[in-house]
Structures are given as C-alpha cells and as structure tokens.
Design a protein around this ligand. Structure first.
Ligand SMILES: Cc1ncc(COP(=O)(O)O)c(C=O)c1O
Length: 355
C-alpha cells in the first residue's frame, strides 16, 4: 500500500472533478478496450524517459490491475499446456491467479542476485513463460543481476519463450537512481512489460498497463475487445491529466524522500522493540520490509495474529512453492507517519505476536 495520507488529494479531486464537470460526450460512451489514447501516449513517453523502455503508444494496453494484465496476456498468448517459470518465493496473488487459470508452474529459486536463471533452464528448459520481478523481487526485494538479465533474455530468445516483467514498484529506490527495466535490454522483443498505478498513485484506481511486443499487438486487440469493454474513461483521463500537468513526477519525487524517511523511522522502532528477534536486511527499494524470524518461529501464526489485531502483514514462508521456506514477516512501512506512530505500532505488533 502506498502512503494514502501523502497523496495530493486536492489536486486529484480538482483534475477528476474538471473531467466530470466538462461532461464530454466521450465520457459517456463505451471506452476504447485498449485504453484511453492520450493515457497510452503518456505512459509510452513516461516509460521511455524513466524506465528505458522504447515503445509506441499502440503497444500500450491499459488494464484494471496486474491480474487483469495477466489474464489478457494468457488469453492472448498462452495455450493450456504451457509451463510458467515462477519465482520461488514469488508474488502470492500472481501464483493464486495462475493456479486458478490452470497454468503449470515451474518454481525457480531466488537468491541474492534474483531469479536463478540457470536453475530455471535446468528444470524447465521448454517453459513458454517466465514471470519475473527484476527491479525489486517480490517478496525478497533483491535486484536481478545484469548477468542473469542477459542469461534470461538469451534463454527466451532461443526457446521462443515470453518473459513477463512485473515492474510494480521500481520507482521507489532509495540508493542511486531506479535501474532501467529488463525490457530496455530486450532486442528480440520477448519481454512483456507490466506496470501499475497502484503504488505510484493509489490502488483504488484499478489502473495498470502492459507493453506488448509489436508483433502481438493485433492479437491483444482482438482479445481485449472480446474480454471486457475497457477501463472507465474518467479515471484514465484523470491520470493522463495528472501526468501531463507535472503532478505525477512531482509526486514520485516527494514520495521517494518520504518513503526513505518512513522506512528508516519504522526500522528503528522495530529494532528498539524487537531487538534481534527480527532480522532486517534493507534492500535498495520497495514499499515493504522483509523481517526475518528464526527457523523455530511460526511466521504463519504470527502473521495471522497480527492480522487479527488489524495489521496487513503477510508471512514470508507462505510465498514459497518448493524451495525450503525462510520464516519472516512482510511489513509495509509507507503509512507509518512518524516516530511516535512507529513505536506504537511496533509495540502493538509485539503484543499481537505473543497471542
Ligand atoms: C509483485 C506485485 N506485482 C504487481 C502488483 C500490482 O497489482 P495491481 O496492479 O493489481 O494493484 C503488486 C501490488 O501489490 C505486487 O506486489
């Protein structure tokens, strides 16, 4: 969850309100299933400038969240027996979605350099898809090394497979500049790039996007027109204006500083309250902390207790598929406003975990 208290709500209300009041007939008609044209243009420009992704607006499809993106990709490119490399541990929501869709998952372990590509090639050389979070691995937070990026692209090129790059929160990096996306190195057009407005704006918008290879644009068009009737015009137009008027880049700049501060404050409070019961190794970016627990601790139970006390905390071990799970808690820090709140929350969490 991003910092909801720090979102420029007044600006947003003004922009969205203006679109509502102007009452364009377009707002009342069926939207373009591929997305509102000016928003697709803004996204293409933003990706070129900020993520090193060179694409045409025609390659950008606006979707209603990452799982809607996955659905569009699967319906456009997958067949029933396709195998998917899946990071182990990996994003739980994506795992549940793919299992529900009947996809066959090949778990590929993750270490300090990200997805172990060699291991993927050894276990499932003929997989049709690889789902990866290269900028900020979900949930461990590590970055996929350049060597592995090149190996992954080489494998996909040779095997004729697709790489689905989930670039969900790469804008928030606290050491150095955000790294270019994996897609920026993709000479053979094997990478399907996925982004979302959930972290950079707010998740209630339900707006995300996917950049599809040029050769697949027609296929995606046909599928998205038959799948649903697109995302609501008003929010798309509002986001396009928010970007065009410079609010988006200002907001990102502010949030980078704010999140770095909030993370430091929250980690300090956790260390004070928990001592070395929680092992916190900070990663360069992201909106959550991975707090390791000793092997004898039941992180699933701890997270359940925390949730019962009102926290939105997840257990690390439940994000594993095959690999020997590490125990730990995934803790969001974006909404921890100050030191007093951090201390209060840390104490409340400790109490909740004790049952
Ligand atoms: C790993 C990962 N991918 C993608 C997303 C974005 O999902 P959505 O666009 O559905 O909000 C999230 C959101 O938390 C995430 O953690």
């Amino acid at each position: 969850m991003p910092a909801l208290d720090a979102f420029p709500r007044k600006v947003w209300n003004r922009i969205a309100g203006h679109r509502l009041r102007t009452g364009e007939p377009l707002a009342m008609a069926y939207p373009d299933p591929a997305g509102y044209g000016p928003l697709r243009e803004r996204i293409a420009t933003y990706l070129g400038l900020s993520r090193g992704v060179a694409c045409l607006p025609e390659q950008v499809f606006v979707t209603a969240g990452y799982r809607a993106t996955l659905e569009l990709v699967l319906r456009s490119l997958a067949t029933p027996d396709d195998v998917f490399w899946f990071e182990d541990p990996g994003y739980l929501q994506a795992q549940l979605f793919l299992r529900n869709a009947g996809a066959k998952l090949a778990p590929v372990p993750v270490d300090g350099h990200g997805l172990m590509v060699e291991e993927g090639v050894r276990r499932a050389p003929d997989a049709r898809f690889a789902l990866v979070t290269p900028s900020h691995q979900s949930p461990l937070g590590v970055t996929l090394s350049l060597e592995r990026r090149m190996a992954l692209l080489e494998w996909a090129g040779k095997a004729g497979s697709w790489i689905i790059e989930d670039d969900y929160d790469s804008e928030f990096r606290y050491q150095g500049r955000p790294l270019p996306a994996l897609k920026s190195l993709d000479r053979a057009d094997r990478v399907i790039y996925c982004g979302t407005f959930s972290k950079v704006m707010f998740p209630g918008l339900r707006l995300s996007y996917v950049v599809v290879p040029l050769g697949a644009v027609q296929r995606f068009h046909a599928v998205c027109a038959s799948l649903n009737a697109g995302c609501p015009y008003l929010f798309q137009a509002g986001v396009a204006d928010f970007i065009a008027q410079g609010h988006f880049s200002r907001h990102l700049k502010r949030m980078r500083l704010l999140y770095a501060e909030r993370r430091a404050v929250f980690v300090r409070a956790l260390e004070q309250v928990f001592g070395n019961r929680l092992q916190i190794e900070l990663q360069p970016g992201g909106l959550h902390i991975v707090a390791g627990l000793a092997a004898h601790e039941d992180d699933v139970l701890m997270a359940e207790r925390a949730r019962a006390a009102g926290f939105g905390i997840k257990s690390l071990s439940s994000w594993y598929l095959d690999n020997e799970p590490q125990r730990g808690l995934l803790l969001g820090f974006a909404n921890v406003a100050d030191a007093a709140m951090a201390k209060r929350l840390a104490l409340k969490l400790k109490k909740a975990m004790e049952g």
